[in-house]
Structures are given as C-alpha cells and as structure tokens.
Design a protein around this ligand. Structure first.
Ligand SMILES: Nc1ncnc2c1ncn2[C@@H]1O[C@H](COP(=O)(O)OP(=O)(O)OP(=O)(O)O)[C@@H](O)[C@H]1O
Length: 607
C-alpha cells in the first residue's frame, strides 16, 4: 500500500487493482512531467500494471472490465477492510468502479467513453513528454511501442531480402533422403518453405516433430552450402538454460533417424545456449547486449527453440543483432503459456501472418495417444463442451481421467494413494542409491498446480506429500533422501538450470547427493554444493513448461482463479506422455477452457 497516494490511485491501490509499484511509477513520472489529470495518471498506472501482467499495451476495454470486476469484488463488505485503506474512504459503497459517479463516490474519476479517454491521453502532458502513446486504440509505454515497431520493421525488411539461392533438385533429393515416405510429409513441406526464406516460424504442438524438422533443415542447408564452399555458422538457442540444454540433446537425438552422411554434415559438436548468452551480457545494461546492429552476430543460421517464451524485448534485441542475410528459425508452440515478461511474440506472429508468409505448421503429434491428443486439441480450440464430453467418456485408469472434486479434502483422499505410492517408490530407490532408476521414477509422474500458494497450490501439496510420507514411515520426521527437487537458478558450473528437476539420493559412501539429468546420464552433485532448490512433489504449470512426465495429475483451482486459463490448461495437459488426470470441478474445467490469457499486444496487427 502506498501511504502517500491520493485520489483514484489510492482507491485502486486499496482495492488491489494496482500494486504499490504501479502507483509509485504513475505518481513519480506524473510529478516529473507535470501531469495533473487524474484520469491520465490512472491510465499510466494501469499501463504499468498491464506490462507487469505481460501486455505490451493497455486495452481500454480490458481495463474497463477489470475495474468493473474489482468493484464487484470489493462491494462485498470485508471485516477490517477500512483499516487497509490509506485514505480512509474504502467503505462498501465507495470502493466502486472508476466510472461510478454516484453520490457516494465524490472523488472517483469518471471513465469517459473510450474515444474521449484516448483523446485525453493523446493530449496529456505524459503523451507530450513521450511517456505514453496511443495507437490502434491501445495505450503504450513508449518503450514497448518502439520495440513492437522495430520487430515488425525488421521482419518486413527481412521478408523483402532474398534468401541464399536453393538448388531445388538437390533439396528435393535431400528431403526424400532425410524425411522419406508419407509419414514425414509435414516435415518435408516445412523444410521446403523454410529453405526459401530468411525468416521461418515453425509452429507445432508437443511431439509434432519440430526438432526433427530443425535437424533435417540444418543438414539440408549444410548440403546446399557445400557447393558454395563455405560452411554456414549455426547458432542454436532458447530463452531458458534448461530449454537450451534440452534442444542440444533433442537435435542430437533426431540425428539418429538420418542417413550417415547427413549426420556427419551436422556433426556432434553442436552447442546450444540461452538467447541472452548468444547476444552477450553487458554489465552496464539489463536489456541491451554486446551484439546489436553495429556488432551483429557472426552466424548465418540462428535457431531459437521454445520461442513461445520469447518476450517482446528479447525478440527486438535478437532481430537487431542478426546480420541482414542471416536465416532465423523461431520454433515453438504458440498455444502454450507466453513469456513471463511482456509480449506474446510467437502467438502474435502466427496469428498476424495467418496462413501466408513465413509460418510453417506441424499438426500431427507423434508423442501421445489419440485421447490426450483429442483433449489437448479441444482445449486448444476452446471447445468446452467437447472437453467435458471427452472427460465424461473417460475411464478411470485410462489415458485421460477426470476426478471430480469441489473441496481440497476430497482431492486429498482421492490422490493420496497415487501421490504417496510415487513418493515412496522414489524414496526407496533414492535410499538404495539407484540413481538411474530414481530419475526414471521421477519421470513417471508429475503433480501440477496453477498456483504456488493457496489450497490448490504447490506449497500445501508439497507439505501434504511430505506429511503422508512421514506418517507412512517407520522413522518419524520429515525425510530428506527421496525428496524431489526443482532447481530455481541457473548454475552453468554444475550444469543445472532453472526449471531442472532431480532428487536427493544416497551415494555408495552414504553421502546425500542431488541427482539430476536424464536417467541414462545422471548428473550427481554433493547436496552441500547445490544452490537454490525447492521441494518438488508438486510443480507449478509455469515451471513445468518444456518438460514431460509419463503421467501427469493437474490440480485445478476454483473457477474464479484468474490464473486458470486455456493456455495454462493446454500447457498442463501437453506435459503428459501417456496419461493425464484433471482434478477439480466441472465448472473449473469450463472456466479454464473459456478464459483466455488476456495480453494486449499490437504485434499481430503490425506484421
Ligand atoms: N513424421 C514423423 N513420423 C514418425 N515419427 C515422428 C515424426 N516426426 C517426429 N517423430 C517422432 O516423434 C517424437 C517427437 O519428435 P520431435 O522431438 O521432433 O518433436 P517436437 O515437436 O520437437 O517435440 P517437443 O514437444 O519435445 O518440442 C520423436 O521421437 C520423433 O522421432
């Protein structure tokens, strides 16, 4: 709470719509530029809030809905609410919407109709000073506007620059060799399209063969370059360290399908790094890099995997760091959760370009069975009735299951056998020092939550499983060995990345070690050397992005949770390889499928 805040900023702070940071920025910047219009100050605070939630701009219509919702929530009297109010006026009647000009709200800002609202922002001191900008009926902070325009312009320039020539007969022969037969038609089409362009967006759900396509494309581009006598320089990158490490492994894995000659072309000394590392950190700046237009990357081909996690800012920096004739391949699933920071670049590019242009889509999943595929697809397209129909038809123990519960206690009872069974098997293998088998067991099951805290969150479910383990054990007290771990910072020295999972286990000398990585090649470190790790009997869906488990159990929070969105549910379901269980009410499922992540971004209209 900002004690010094007054007027509408204070009111929205009190209702929880604005956080202290939003209010501070709006107040301070308004003071600096002499902005006195309450409505414009509130608009700035809402734009800052929108950016915090992932939008590159403020959609006035979204803002109106948000304020109306907040007003509705705060119209229920809460004991002691008035004591939280910095200006002492949060009575039930007075905490209404900004637009409510009833007698009880003497100092409420009147929200005018949108065209008038936008005109007031356009004519404001904040706009004059270049802080706020209105375009396409969205209100932007100058920085995000500049970045969106730059990304669109760079992409346009690249689209009109000719790609290196392709020897068609050699390409066609290569495609038949690398992707033979009917089953690989989608991959052939994607590579054909990508070979002729400088920029390609390779979009596809889990297991649709994106990595196989990348490996095939690289091998064939290397073959094309042979006649020119210069081997192109290739960079493989991903937004997170974990995704980068996984990209390297999966590209190498995909080589297994290829003829020997193509495997040799690609070689095994491939390195994948984070996009930040590729661009080169600069000690003096958080969002500027060593590589930029004046000092571009030396690479001829840049591949970015898990591109759904690319923020607008990082995309802008990446595009300006590419040589004008370098190829760029953005690979990812546009239906998954977007970046933590502002922007929804991949989804915007796919929506903005539509069926034309640089988007190559892979549709067929080769990873999971029909049932999970059908469920994921129904969620993806937002067909709640179909989702509920598929769930109603599902059999217990089948690939898709719905455990209908309304209360946490019911979930507790329903899930105890499966969660405790998994935790006990993991503990027994960890105690026996069976590192490979323990990692395999870790990949058998994953419990996913939308929230960190609250009754359906990671924290209480971690506690619950630990308590069950203690109760079921001959040794009282919490047990360390067998505890699943989530790495929460990158540590290149240890080869561990934010989002990696592992388990505490015994070593032959009875010391406790952390075991991470793939079952076939465990990475083992003394427990005392581990940096930041959390207990991971349960994980948030956000943290689970980019990983899979054989079976996945998803806890759905109450239907009114704002986190419960279509993208979140789709991401959760597609973590499952063989079976997925949704735990929650029918209303929660419907709410999840129906609610979209509302990110106001303008990139899709610009490309
Ligand atoms: N056209 C195909 N026919 C048969 N199997 C395929 C085909 N495409 C991919 N596969 C297989 O499906 C699995 C997943 O492929 P791949 O890893 O390339 O997909 P992906 O889209 O990159 O997956 P991820 O969700 O991990 O990003 C691999 O075992 C691969 O060999």
């Amino acid at each position: 709470m900002v004690r010094s805040a007054t007027g509408e900023l204070a009111r929205l702070n009190a209702t929880g719509v604005l956080e202290a940071a939003d209010v501070h920025v709006a107040t301070r910047v308004s003071e600096l530029v002499g902005e006195t219009d309450d409505l414009v100050q509130v608009t700035l605070a809402l734009v800052v809030r929108a950016a915090r939630e992932g939008s590159t701009s403020l959609d006035p219509e979204h803002a109106r809905e948000l304020l109306a919702e907040a007003a509705e929530e705060s119209s229920t009297p809460v004991e002691g609410a008035a004591t939280d109010d910095p200006v002492g006026d949060t009575s039930t009647e007075q905490s209404g919407a900004v637009g409510d000009t009833s007698a009880q709200q003497p100092d409420a800002v009147e929200l005018p109709p949108t065209p008038e609202w936008l005109d007031r922002v356009r004519g404001s001191a904040l706009a004059e000073a270049g802080v706020l900008l209105v375009q396409h009926d969205l209100v932007y902070l100058d920085r995000y506007h500049r970045e969106e325009v730059q990304v669109a312009e760079d992409l346009r320039r690249r689209a009109t620059t000719e790609a290196p020539p392709v020897d068609e007969p050699v390409l066609e022969a290569g495609l038949e060799r690398v992707f033979p037969g009917d089953g690989w038609g989608e991959q052939r089409a994607a590579v054909r399209s990508a070979a002729g362009r400088l920029t390609t967006v390779l979009a596809g759900g889990p297991g649709t063969g994106k990595t196989s396509t990348v490996a095939g494309l690289l091998a064939l581009l290397l073959e094309q370059a042979e006649s020119r006598g210069r081997r192109p320089r290739i960079a493989l990158a991903a937004p997170t360290g974990k995704a980068a490490a996984r990209l390297r492994e999966s590209v190498l894995g995909s080589l297994g399908h290829m003829p020997e000659l193509d495997r040799q072309r690609l070689g095994t000394d491939i390195e994948a790094v984070t996009v930040h590392r590729l661009l080169g950190w600069r000690p003096d700046s958080g969002n500027r890099f060593k590589r930029d237009r004046g000092n571009p990357l030396p690479h001829d081909i840049v591949v970015v995997d898990e591109a759904s996690m690319l923020s607008l800012t990082l995309t802008a920096r990446l595009l300006e760091a590419l040589r004008p004739t370098a190829r760029l391949l953005l690979v990812g699933d546009p239906d998954q959760l977007a970046s933590v920071e502002a922007g929804a670049v991949l989804a915007d590019l796919v929506a903005g370009y539509g069926e034309d242009g640089p988007v190559a889509r892979l549709q067929t999943s080769h990873r999971f069975g029909q049932e999970i595929g059908a469920l994921a697809e129904a969620v993806r397209v937002g067909d709640a009735d179909r989702v509920l129909e598929l769930l109603a038809a599902a059999r217990p123990g089948g690939p898709v299951e719905h455990v209908v519960v309304h209360e946490v206690l019911e979930a507790d009872e329903a899930l105890r056998p499966r969660l405790l069974g998994h935790a006990e098997r993991l503990r027994d293998l960890a105690l026996a020092g069976e590192h490979t088998a323990a990692l395999r067991e870790l990949g058998e099951h994953r419990l996913l939550c939308a929230h960190r805290d609250g009754p359906w969150g990671v924290a209480p479910w971690n506690d619950r499983v630990e308590r069950w383990l203690a109760e079921a054990s001959e040794h009282p007290g919490r047990q360390v060995v067998g505890r699943p771990l989530l790495v929460t910072t990158n540590d290149r020295g240890l080869g561990l990345y934010n989002g990696d999972t592992g388990v505490l286990a015994l070593r032959a000398d009875h010391r406790v070690v952390g075991v991470f990585g793939e079952p076939g090649a465990p990475i083992v470190h003394a427990a005392s050397t581990l940096g930041d790790v959390d207990t991971a009997h349960a994980l948030t869906i956000h943290k689970s992005q980019g990983s899979q488990a054989r079976s996945v159990t998803v806890l759905l929070p109450d239907p009114d949770s704002r986190l419960l969105t279509r993208e979140l549910l789709y991401t959760a379901i597609t973590r499952a390889q063989e079976s997925v269980t949704l735990v929650g009410s029918v209303e929660a499922v419907r709410a999840a499928v129906t609610r979209r992540t509302q990110r106001a971004t303008g990139l899709r209209h610009r490309v």
